[in-house]
Design a protein around this ligand. Structure first.
Ligand code: AMP
Length: 288
């Protein structure tokens, strides 16, 4: 077990990964998995720490998954820095890093895709129609490769976590899914690898996502029960940032992600905003 400061073992093939995991299992250790696309920040590292607290061995996958990017999205530009990632993972004591290339992950003739159904359709699913099919497929592959006791995801990608919980339940995957709180910058911006795209001015404007989620929370605690009023106020606030373009803002049922007619219990506020060319998402659970 890696207690800190030595670099984790790096493997790049499924065969090496399975051997390393089998050795840990033979030692009687439980396995935790944190799937990532790299360019690691404190949000990712919080998943690693959660795994370290509960599991004997922590595996981190780093793979920029092409099948979850649509045409014209930022696959080629997506930040990649394996060396820096390994240093960060050494600091928080991750044991094993799996960083395959595309050929290793998607063998020739790959043709099987996971379609998770209704929870994958609204919000991100509407804007990025093939996104969750790519996410669910790669996550199921990783779960099959590693066979972890627990896998760790962030609430930052709230819908993704719902999609994965649905898939794991429906396909009888014997892994417990843990979802960890969103780690934010001092001004509330949710940490994201994509924040690296923001220049100083865009970075300043990006705080509007969190500000609008706080406004929604405030309106609900003041007694507002009409989701349309809250969405309108959030939209007005976001559109006041000069380079912000709204993809969507919605108040939805936290379980089904369907729109709600009236606020009668906990509700999820979710949004996607472009600041210039950078697309950012965030969400907050609003409580009455
Ligand atoms: P990504 O590398 O963007 O695919 O993210 C890998 C995992 O880290 C996903 O489960 C994300 O939800 C999670 N994650 C990303 N950003 C954050 C954050 N700011 N706080 C908590 N978890 C995060």
């Amino acid at each position: 077990m890696n207690d800190a400061s030595s670099r984790p073992t790096l493997v790049t093939t499924v065969d090496q990964l399975r051997r390393a995991v089998a050795a840990a299992r033979a030692d009687g250790r439980s396995i935790g998995l944190a799937p990532t696309m790299g360019a690691l920040h404190e949000g990712h590292l919080s998943l690693v720490r959660a795994s370290k607290a509960e599991c004997g061995v922590t595996v981190v996958s780093i793979f920029v998954n092409p099948s979850q990017f649509g045409p014209g999205e930022d696959l080629a530009a997506y930040p990649r820095d394996l060396d820096a990632d390994l240093d960060k993972l050494a600091e928080c004591g991750a044991d094993l890093v799996f960083a395959p290339d595309n050929e290793e992950m998607y063998g020739e003739g790959h043709a099987t895709w996971v379609d998770v159904g209704s929870v994958a359709r609204p919000l991100e699913g509407e804007c990025r129609p093939t996104h969750f099919r790519g996410v669910a497929t790669v996550v199921l592959k990783l779960l099959n490769m590693v066979g972890p006791d627990r896998a760790y995801f962030g609430e930052k990608d709230y819908q993704q976590a719902r999609v994965i919980r649905r898939m794991v339940a429906d396909l009888d995957v014997p892994t417990v899914i843990r979802v960890c709180p969103i780690v934010r910058e001092a001004d509330g911006l949710a940490m994201s690898s994509r924040n690296a795209y923001l220049d100083v001015d865009a970075r300043r404007q990006a705080a509007i996502l969190w500000k609008s989620l706080c406004l929604a929370d405030e309106l609900v605690s003041q007694g507002e029960r009409d989701p349309r009023t809250i969405v309108r106020r959030m939209r007005e606030m976001i559109e006041s940032a000069e380079d912000a373009r709204l993809d969507y803002v919605a108040l939805v049922d936290p379980d089904t992600l369907e729109p709600i007619e009236r606020i009668e219990g906990p509700v999820l506020a979710a949004l996607a905003v472009r600041i210039g060319a950078t697309r950012l998402i965030d969400n907050r659970l609003l409580k009455m």
